[in-house]
Each structure stands twice: as structure tokens, then as C-alpha cells.
Design a protein around this ligand. Sequence first.
Ligand code: ADP
Ligand code: ZN
Length: 736
Amino acid sequence: MNPQKADMIPSYFPQGDLVGVLTTQPLDRLLDYKAPEGGCHLGAFVEVPLGPRKVLGVVWGPGQGDYDHAKIRSVIRVLDVAPMRQEMRDFLTRAADYTLTPMPAMLRLGTRAPGLGDAPSMRKVYRLGPRDPDRKTAARDKVLGVLRDYGGLAFTLGELAEAADVGTSVVKGLVAQGAVLEEDAPRDTPYPRLDPDYGGKALNPDQAAGAAALRTALRKDGYGTTLLKGVTGSGKTEVYLEAVAEALRMGKQALVLLPEIALSGEFIERVEARFGMRPAEWHSGVTMTERRRCWRMVGQGDAQLVVGARSALFLPFQNLGLIVVDEEHDTSYKQEDGVLYNARDMAVLRAALCGAQVVLASATPSLESWANAQAGKYARLDLTARFGAAVMPEMAAIDMRVEELPQGRWVSPTLRDAIADRLEKGEQSLIFLNRRGYAPVTLCRACGHQIGCDHCDARMVEHRFQNRLMCHQCGETKPIPVICPACGAADKLAAVGPGVERMGEEVAALFPQARIAVLSSDLYGSARAMKAHIAEIAQGGTDIIIGTQLVAKGHNFPHLTLVGVIDADLGLQGSDLRAAERTFQLMRQVAGRAGRAATPGAALLQTYQPDHPVIHAILNGDEESFWSAEATERRAAGVPPYGRMAGIILSGPDLKALFDLGNDMARRDAPLARIGAQVFGPAPAPIARVRGKHRLRLLVKADKSAPLQSALAQWVAQFRLPANLRLAIDIDPQSF
Ligand code: ADP
Ligand code: ZN
């Protein structure tokens, strides 16, 4: 077994001793219990009685014993999983302090293990049987379809019924007929060993130097972060997979975080080609059974590599040596619900606490990471050329002020000609528009009314494939009306502005002979269906791809030689100080899709402001000067990464109550003033109303070195929240 196991268990409580248990229940203190028969270790996962219920907890330390010993109840049982390690407890504590999150909520992230309390051998699982059912029904087909889709994977009864959306009796019926097999669940099986020396590629000199630097850093056996920067296609993935290989050789575990689960299919295959076996996967597209296996195997050191979404940071790694954050600038690393944390920053914290290395990979790093490298806090590796023959695409603006375009059309003649040229040569084109649906606005031509969501401060977006209007804030849908809900005029409602679905129509009309695919996350029933479609497109089964942000990220489309951006100005509107950075990153990423194989690519940006400095920087690709200029502006404004910020979001049904509290908070800011912090607002939050609740935001700005968290905690503690009003603290908000 692992030699570190002994110091994993620093302390032990014999039966009857008092232990302090942190539960996942919203309480602000540890609860005292007596250690059960057989005692328990510090960090043990336990089930404890709380009132009439049994709840999950972790033994966090000795009990306080500050009330009647006789009344203290016993731990019910110790769960059959390795105790939580000291470094994980430290990580949760520090992460809670940083994000000002109560510990129970933090613990919930660390215990998101399906069936944590189950005894593994007690369960039945179900898989595809050898026979067809004697009679087919829609419900039976659904069950068999799910089992076929997940090729060979076993489900528990509940999971299978839920995935197929049928009652459990349907499954049982299929079992009786031999169409589905019922088996005892195997104990969670370890993942196959990965071979670090299996399929490595011969690296070019840049790559080899990068890989060597990462290997050296790993061998030093301590914390460090490296920014790995290189244009899309420069071979960053190959380089960091070498670091993964080195971690495996050292007997350590590695974690690769990806921003988008849609990317993981392609990525897993690459890992398999490199290491001979598939790694463990952790994200919302993975079945409960598999997640449960992953959590347990990670905890006992029998999963060497995990590929996952941000929450994989909270897996109970035993011997973590390396965390890779791919596309580190991606905004989806920020969790915007529940515990508000940025997985990139938490990866650095986790690594610092367990002495691991971090690799932040990106073609367009966040200004935060760029500045940290600049300041010498992070090492920096640059891959300057694209791998092999591929070169960065030629970039050019299409000046929309001079293009002749009929009303309701968005593909300029210049772009149209470029697409026609690619079609003739049998090459792929990508039309990029970061707007899902058919049209962003449904407008009444009689009265000017725009159809909005009933619950949010957002317009309803027409989705013609689904034939409904949808709110992108809360997901609410409604039928597309024929009569204007405001003035009652019939047949006056018009779709205004383009979404990707509408671009599909326009492009189909322009190029009736072309094979066209619209790629948008909402057009798929499942992550699997989306992956399959993306793979097919990558094979070259499509002439013109029309896509949202989804296509900007990491996919390899080897036949793609032209990228056309419908509206390069889209991200530059609004007052967000990060708008320039976002637009720059997104446009460079999208452009990077073109010409990844031997054929050189081109990127054409339709814009009404070709002289805008950000558009200039995108076109000439002078990244260092773009970032320097951005850095200068942010430093002058005292905002991140040169100052610290926090958002306070107040939400509730009563706007006046929110403003009353918000104004009161802005006035009574002494704890903040003491550290020199300033309060702005209250003002409507970037999303001002969601699901019927209003949202206000106060922004707090402080010096980089100010003790912001403790001041915030003191400040917020002064106020009593009326019932039904919620306050959330967002450290390092995404927009400011
Ligand atoms: P990035 O992660 O920077 O976008 P990738 O690592 O995905 O770049 O590399 C781009 C393409 O070049 C991929 O198809 C990859 O397989 C290929 N490639 C990169 N490095 C090598 C190498 N040393 N030998 C062979 N192929 C490589
Ligand atoms: Zn809504």
C-alpha cells in the first residue's frame, strides 16, 4: 500500500471519546458525539443522529464537551471510505475563508459522492441482456436505448429508470424476459493502470523544452505554478501530457480540468492514445455509478488520472502531484451558483496545500495569470509556433459600414465570396455568432412591444427548432404567440436580429448545395449526442459549421480553413471593464479554429468599428502589447488583478426592501473604511431579475494587500436580513 498511509491518520478516538463533527447541515458549529464502538479516526466520514434524522459528517477534531456528557449521543457508524486527509480539511477551510462560504456548504462539495454511505456489495446493477423482449413498447425501448447508448455500463435500478424516464417495473419486466440482466454490483473496480511510456509523440524543440521544464518542476517535489501559453494548435496538450506522464512515473496522481464537458470525449481519446488506457472521468455527464467509482478509487489511490470539471478539485486525492487547468481563462471555471468559487484559483490553493504543481494552459491567458507570470509568481512557458506546418490564420476585418446588405441578412458579400471559395475547394468554413436560438428579440411591429420573460429582466429568445420562446436566464419557455400580448394586434410579431438558427437559414439559402450544421449547446438532447455530432463534423462530414461559443473551445476541426465572425463588436458593448479582455480572448480562440492542419486558414471579422483598439489588437495579434495596455488601465482603475474586488448580491422579491438594505449597507461601511476599501452601489446586478427575484449588487474595491475577507465578514455581520432576502458574497466577481 501507499507508504503515506500512516501519516494520513494523525489521530484516533477510542470508543466513548468525544469527537467534534462537521456536518453538511447549515449549522455554524461542530457537533459533539461519542466515538462509536471500534472508535474512529480524525477525518472519518460518519453518520450521526441530528434530531430525528441521520446526517453525514466528518470527524473534524476532539469534542468540546461543554454540556452534559450523559446526553451526548454516539456516532451511528463510520462509513467504509478512507478518512478525509488533513490537507483536504485544510483546503476546505481555506477555501471557505477565501470565498466567505460557511463550512457545511464547503463540506458538501467535498462529499458529493453518490452512495457514499452505501455498502458496496449490497447493490444490484442492470445491464443489456442477450434477448429481445417478446413485445416492444415505447417504455421498454427507452430502457434498452439507454443501455445501448452507454455501451456496457451497468446502472442501478433507480438510475436506469430515471435515465429512461420510466417506472422501475418496466425494468423488472425486461429482467423477467432476459432482455436486461440483473447482477450483483461488482465492488467498485480500480481503473486500469496508465502507462506513462505508451504513446508519447516526438516533440519539437519548443515542446521538448517545455516538457523538460515541467518535469524538473515536478521532480522538485513541491508547489509551483506554470503558465503554459501558446496559440491554439501549438501543441500545449502534448506538453502537459508529458507532465502528467512524469507525475505517473513518480507514483503521483494527476488531475486535468477542462472547461466544457463537450470537450472531454475527444480529450479522453487522446489520453487513451497517449497512455494506453482511459482515465477516470468526473463531470455531470458521467453516470452516478461511475462517479461513485471515481470518488472511491481516487480516495484509495486507484485512479491515477482524473479528467474532470471544476468540482473534481474536491475529490479526495491521496497523493496529488499535478493539476492542469486547460483553457485557464475560460469563464466557466467560475461557479456562479451556490458556492461562488473560481476553479483556477482554487486549483492553485489546493496545489499549494499539498505540494503539487499546477499548469495553467491557454492561448489567451486571463489577465490575472498573465500578471502573476509577469510578477514572477508563476513560471511561464511559451510555445510560439503552431505545430508542424500549420500557421496562424490570416486575420482581416470586414468593414460593415461599406458592405451592401439587405435588411434581415447578416452575411456580407465579402464573407459570402470567401465561403464560396472554400466550398469549391472542398474545405470547411465556420460561421461564428455567439447567440443561441433564432432571434434575440421578438418585436411587435404595431406597438413596439418586445416579449420578455415573466420572471426575469430578459427578453425571450425565439428557438425555432423547438418552436418556442425561451428565457436564457431561467430557462422558462412559452409558445411563440401570434397575437401581441401588449396591443392585441394579430400577425404583427417579428423576429429581430440574428441567432445561430437564423444564420443557418440564411447560409442554406445562399449555399443550397452545401452540407450545413448548426452547433449550439441547446440543440442536443444529451452531451453524448453533441459529442457524436462534433466528431462527425471533425471528420469532414460538413461544409459549413454555424456555431456559438461552443465551437470556440478546444475542438479540432482539421478540415476547417475559414472562420467568419458575424458580429465581432458584440462583446464590446456595455460598461464591463473585462469586455476588452473577453472579446480579445474569444475572437483569438475562434480564429484559432481555422487552418490547424497543413492548409493555411483565414479569419474574417465583420465589424462596424474596424478602428477600435481591441479589434486592432485582435487583427494584428500583438498580444503582449494588448495585455500591457489592459494592465495599465486596470492598474490605474485599481481593479483586479491590481486591486481586490467583491460583489455583494442581494436578492429577493421586494425591490424596495433590497434597496433599503443596500443603502443601509453602503452607509454603515466602517469596517470597510478601516481597511481603505470603497463601496459602490447598490445598483441592479448584471442580471437584475431572475426567476421572479430582483437582484441588486454592491461592489467593494480594496487594495491588493488589504484584509478584504475579514472586513467583509465584519461589515456584513452588522445587518439583519429580513426573511426572504438573500445575501451572497462573490469574491473576485467576473464582471465589474
Ligand atoms: P494545443 O493544445 O496547443 O491546441 P495540441 O496539443 O492539441 O495543441 O496540438 C495540435 C495538433 O498537433 C494536434 O492534432 C496534436 O496531435 C498535434 N501535435 C502536437 N504536437 C505534436 C507532436 N510533437 N507530434 C505529432 N503531433 C503533434
Ligand atoms: Zn426568465
